[in-house]
Design a protein around this ligand. Sequence first.
Ligand SMILES: Cc1ncc(COP(=O)(O)O)c(C=O)c1O
Length: 389
Amino acid sequence: MDVPRLRAVTPGCTGTAYFDNAGAALPTERVTQTVIDHLLLERRVGGYAAADQAEARLEEVYSSAARLLNARPDEIALVENATRAWDMAFYAVQFRPGERILTSRSEYPSNGLAFLQAKKRYGVEVEPIPDDEHGQVCLDSLARMLDRGGVRLVAVNHVPTYDGVVHPAAAIGELANRAGALFLLDACQSVGQIPLDVRRIGCHLLSASGRKYLRGPRGTGFLYVSREVVAGLEPPLLDLRAATWTGHDEYRIRPDARRFETWERNVAGVLGLGAAIDGALDLGLEPIRQRVGRLADRLRGGLGAIDGVVVQDRGAVRSGIVTFTRRGRSAQQLVDGLRAAGVTAAVSFPSRARFDTRPAKPPEVVRASVHYYNTEAELDRLLDAVGEL
Ligand SMILES: Cc1ncc(COP(=O)(O)O)c(C=O)c1O
């Protein structure tokens, strides 16, 4: 059976919002075609032979991810998703009772659950860093918290799912390094929309998703592990990829970041991730950042001009994640209405509400993230749809 090559694709990714522009040639086309080509090769020659044929290209994915982050290829692990990348890093830290973990108030809820488990398991303290007046991690507070000593890990998400903020990663990295703490940056929402340079940021660990701003396939993610710390981080799980069984009761763990990988993986997905990273690198991360920023500002301006709509984003520096509420409509009603108009958006719940003990919780919002390939006309469609709801 012949499978036709794709001429046009709709975005196959979720998590950040996208517009229904079926028929338009989107940047995901190269990604989708790469995945399909490998699946067809697997069908023809079988999974093992197909992986052998793809070996050189698989290696290039490490180089591409390293180039994206200004890292070295041996500092990259390719894993199933951003959550698993983050987990592998976090659960590799052998905490001692009484050690402290500092995190942002806007931390991703899965990370929050892992902190709670570590609290139960090791008796660590988990302390949210106060926000500054813009909703970003307050650097003065962080400095004071670090000065009290005992901080083993600073774990912060760069761009939270909710409310558009971009946390000052490099400044956080500088403070964490000065205090001798490990710095784990969750870059799930920033990778692909903001230039990331792990040397400048000073993070020891960075987790990333393929499926969001990179527009890669679902089920792909990667982890950066600095050479400086990799030897001291034992993976929470070992398999034949991560380690070699060297004797009757001996094994040796790989020396590089691939100790955090699994042997079995979705080769087509990994190749698709490589295509997505190469696509972003070809376009350039700085031009992407600028275009996403312009589109997001335009959308915020348009939303703010609609009666009853409140843009909920915070941050002196903002991302492409645009969040809003409308008087008299729940976030779900707005999302349903937008979907009926062919615009995909999501309901977002602020994780800072869980760290916030004040009675006035931030509301549920609509999240309508923009990507560099969105057009001004698409933003107008969203604005019209919100206006008509
Ligand atoms: C900030 C942040 N971190 C981590 C994740 C987890 O990503 P994934 O579901 O792709 O593993 C998300 C997902 O929305 C996120 O927004």
